[in-house]
Design a binder for this molecule. Structure first.
Ligand code: UT7
Length: 323
């Protein structure tokens, strides 16, 4: 039996820090409101000219180094993003060339905030089937590029960042299960209306290139859906709550994370939280949290990790893996 296992992790955050106090100067908000409703205290913002591909490159270089794998050995790159550098070529192709991994398969996955989890699920299948031995899986975003800094309901939530993992074929587990889901019926609650085929300019009032979100509705569905997915993931892996050593969740809102931890009967000391410092980095959030957990020494080899995300689509996805 072939498993894919994580051989190395990496991440990258842009330098500029945007604090809640900085946002108080732009919109009618307070540090107290943002911190108590979301858990966010600061987030990062990419510099002018710094792209999703740049963040992905730095995160990937670090992951390859941690894995002791050369870029030329990579046979597949799957990159989750909803903020690609340009429409085409894909950010995965731009990254591939920059890394010097030319020739291997490379493509983007757009599953909004579940982008990295989808990318991981896809890459896992390639490794399990024996088609590739080494894959690079990336989640990278510059969400701040599509924020409206006059809309307090969204501009305080998101930040920029990237994370990456190198997957390697192994006879030992490894990723035990990945679960990928979507329900396009919820498009109206979280979306960006601008696009190529629908038109670069949109006639919806106040639309523009920006995130449109009915936050409290998204919140309710996210909590319920993640609750359900945790059970499904444990069942698929033949495990119980007590077998999970760490929850590494999507970092959208501390209250959502706490609800999922409660469902898993895990104390918050066993949950990786970065939302306070990173905000919601969409596809970047899970691999950023994973890399931080690994590098800080919290997550140890042999431990069971539950990774999950929920986002626009709606999409939701999880992985249960032995690190
Ligand atoms: O990653 C993709 C998935 N996304 C998510 O998971 C996000 C899920 N949603 C959330 O995290 C939360 O719903 C939010 C943080 C977005 C909002 O928190 P909430 O507790 O659900 O607040 P709300 O939307 O119900 O708004 C409550 C009040 C409103 O004022 P009124 O109508 O009660 O007077 C808002 O206008 O808070 C107001 N408000 C703000 N006040 C100060 C909204 N944004 C702000 C703000 N500062 N930044």
């Amino acid at each position: 039996m072939i498993y894919s296992r994580i051989a190395g992790t990496g991440s990258y955050l842009p330098e500029q820090i945007v604090s809640n106090a900085d946002l108080e100067k732009l919109v009618d908000t307070t540090d107290e409101w943002i911190a108590s409703r979301t858990g966010i205290r600061e987030r990062r913002k990419a510099a002018e000219g710094e792209t999703t591909g740049d963040l992905a490159f730095h995160a990937s270089t670090r992951a390859l180094e941690a894995a002791g794998v050369a870029a030329s050995e990579i046979e597949l790159i799957v990159l989750g993003t909803t903020t690609p550098d340009i429409i085409f070529p894909s950010t995965a192709c731009l990254l591939q060339h920059r890394l010097g991994a030319n020739g291997c398969a490379a493509f983007d996955v757009n599953a909004a905030c579940s982008g990295f989890m989808y990318a991981l699920g896809v890459a896992d299948q390639f490794v399990r089937s024996g088609q590739v031995k080494k894959a690079l899986v990336v989640g990278a975003e510059t969400l701040t590029r599509m924020l409206d800094y006059s809309d307090r309901s969204t501009c305080v939530l998101f930040g920029d960042g990237a994370g990456a993992v190198v997957l390697e074929a192994s006879s030992e587990p490894g990723i035990l299960t990945t679960r990928l889901h979507a329900d396009g019926g919820y498009k109206h609650l979280l979306y960006n209306p601008v696009g190529v085929s629908a038109g670069f300019r949109h006639d919806e009032p106040n639309a523009g290139v920006r995130v449109m979100m009915t936050g409290n509705e998204v919140f309710k569905v996210a909590v319920k859906t993640l609750d359900r997915m945790v059970g499904e993931t444990l069942n698929a892996a033949g495990m119980a709550e007590k077998d999970v050593d760490w929850l590494i969740p999507h970092q959208a809102n501390l209250r959502i994370i706490e609800a999922t931890a409660k469902r898993l009967k895990l104390p918050m000391e066993r949950v990786i939280v970065t939302v306070d410092r990173h905000g919601n980095t969409s596809s970047g959030s899970v691999p950023l949290a994973l890399d931080e957990a690994v590098r800080s020494g919290k997550v140890q080899r042999g431990q069971n990790l539950l990774l999950e995300a929920f986002g626009g689509g709606f999409t939701w996805a999880s992985a249960l893996l032995r690190y």
